[in-house]
Design a protein around this ligand. Structure first.
Ligand code: BG6
Length: 518
């Protein structure tokens, strides 16, 4: 069954503001992130008239990386953007490209920062951006601190007394490798920046469907009363990917699925599902509630870790009819690598709302398909009046928040089936963004870049949020390293839903994963 949906665009309630003029400096300006996500997102914002009237983009590139001039950089970007879906008119593309500039150099060399300072001064005067600057660190984490410290040395991180002109720095993950290194990274960054200048990005928070978890919970009254141990049996979060590690072996060998996905995206989704109602949707109050939730997650009992956590690594297999190699055969991966490409866990949130409700989370590479979903399974009816149908014969209600693909949600209900007989069947109320709005989900970086220009940190991670997440997961990483036999690395064939042991996490509680069954 499809939900009839009426949306009157004129009556939408929006919170948007217009950003102030600014310059955007991208370190790693020709890297995958910049060319694949950031510049396309900025171009899309430009085509929607959401960028300020005055702005420029300065792509910083390490020496030796092409292109070699403003013109060549613009051509490279134009060619790239033309291959993107979403048909940007040629005139818009030209106008956007004319705002792009290029600066080569060595990020560890003082000479580069002198040149950067000069370029910014000129561009600022030429474009009228009033000195407001965003530095986007789309570079390996080993460069975060050296770049920020050099920017500070050259007076490029200093804000005026009242915050205008402003300077903001966007930091990509990973924010450290564990609790100690994350705390160290925060300390280093804060030698040169105030917390209000640091925008730690998690692109999942920019996804419409992730933001919609909040809208669903806090812009409606019908779910919140049910959103607790009184009515929810358990919660499942699945973020599966069919892709492997592509050409990111050097990153992934250092990271693995727990650092790559759990420490950030997975725990953020969990926090949104589990958090208490913030007093308002502002950066401080909203993030207070998220951090509070993270701090309420029961720490792992590392002595019996395999009852709580399962890790796996894919071996050769088949996905969509295509044979794919195992993780250890991927280019750049050690053939005895012990890095996990799959993690599942069972968590409890020890507070009044959630006491006793299990949260099962899993993520993995080379699974059968790409899907990110949250499933809330409600409790079964306590008693059936429809004899001889028993309560256990009636399917429990499910609320499925589909983060991607087919962005939207489903709600299953038991209902009278048509006909003269008294039969009950399951209906699915189905909402899909693309069917209702006829649009595909926007690139999450659009929203996040815009928010940074607006000085809104709500959807960025605060220092204590990073630490709370690492405090939870660091003991798991340490146990894997020091006592691997407590929680062995299981193999799973590419194209499967992970090691069979991940099913035991639920089976021991008499439950099972909803995907692929729903
Ligand atoms: C990134 C991870 O943060 O998220 C990748 O580093 C992963 O390994 C990606 O593939 C998934 O993002 P999305 O938006 O495609 O679900």
């Amino acid at each position: 069954m499809t939900l009839e949906t009426h949306v009157d665009l004129k009556e939408n309630l929006c919170m948007e503001k217009q950003p102030e003029p600014c310059g955007i400096v991208i370190f790693g300006g020709s890297g995958d992130l910049a060319t694949g996500k950031l510049i396309p997102a900025l171009c899309s914002l430009y085509s929607k008239n959401l960028l300020p009237e005055s702005f420029f983009i300065l792509g910083c590139l390490s020496y030796g990386k092409s292109p070699q001039s403003d013109e060549a950089y613009r051509e490279m970007v134009k060619t790239l953007l033309k291959s993107y879906p979403g048909d940007i008119p040629g005139k818009v593309l030209e106008e956007f490209a004319s705002r792009l500039h290029y600066l080569p150099g060595d990020y560890r060399d003082k000479g580069f920062y002198k040149a950067l300072k000069d370029s910014l001064k000129k561009l600022d005067e030429h474009r009228g951006t009033g000195g407001n600057t965003i530095f986007y660190l789309a570079v390996p984490p080993s460069l975060f601190c050296p770049i920020v410290s050099m920017l500070a040395t050259f007076g490029l991180t200093a804000e005026a007394h009242k915050g205008t002109p402003w300077v903001r720095v966007i930091v990509e993950k990973p924010f450290g490798r564990d609790l100690v290194s994350a705390a160290e990274l925060n300390r280093e960054l804060k030698k040169s920046l105030r917390e209000r200048q640091i925008y730690r990005i998690d692109h999942y928070l920019g996804k419409d469907t992730v933001q919609n978890i909040l809208m669903l919970r806090f812009a409606n009254t019908i779910f919140e009363p049910l959103w607790s141990r009184d009515y929810v049996d358990h919660v499942q979060v699945t973020v599966s990917e069919d892709i492997g590690i592509g050409h990111r072996s050097s990153y992934y060998e250092e990271s693995g699925a727990l650092r790559d996905m759990f420490q950030n995206h997975m725990i953020q989704i969990l926090a949104l599902v589990g958090m208490e109602t913030p007093v308002s949707f502002d950066a401080t109050r909203y993030r207070n509630e998220k951090v509070k939730l993270m701090e309420t997650i029961r720490p792992f009992n590392t002595k019996e870790l395999s009852r709580w956590v399962v890790r796996g690594q894919y071996t050769a297999g088949e996905i969509g009819g295509k044979k794919v190699c195992g993780y250890q055969e991927e280019q750049g991966v050690a053939h005895d690598s012990g890095v996990e490409t799959f993690v599942a866990m069972r968590l409890f949130i020890d507070n009044w709302r959630w006491k006793g409700v299990p949260f099962y989370l899993r993520t993995g590479k080379r699974m059968p398909r790409k899907v990110s979903e949250v499933v809330l399974q409600f409790k079964k009816v306590p008693h059936s009046i429809f004899s001889p149908i028993l309560p256990e014969n009636l399917d429990p209600n499910l609320l499925v928040l589909r983060i991607q693909p087919e962005e939207g949600l489903d709600l299953t209900l038991n209902a009278k089936m048509p006909g003269p007989r008294g039969c009950i069947g399951t209906l699915n109320l189905h909402f899909c963004y693309c069917e209702v709005f006829g649009v595909t989900a926007p690139e999450p970086y659009e929203r996040l870049l815009l928010d940074c220009m607006l000085g809104d940190q709500t959807l960025f991670i605060r220092e204590d949020g990073v630490l709370a997440s690492w405090a939870l997961f660091t003991p798991v990483l340490e146990t894997w390293e020091k006592s691997p036999s407590i929680c062995p690395l299981y193999r799973y064939p590419a194209g499967s839903w992970g090691p069979a042991e991940a099913n035991n996490l639920l089976r021991m509680d008499g439950r099972q994963w909803k995907i692929p069954d729903t």
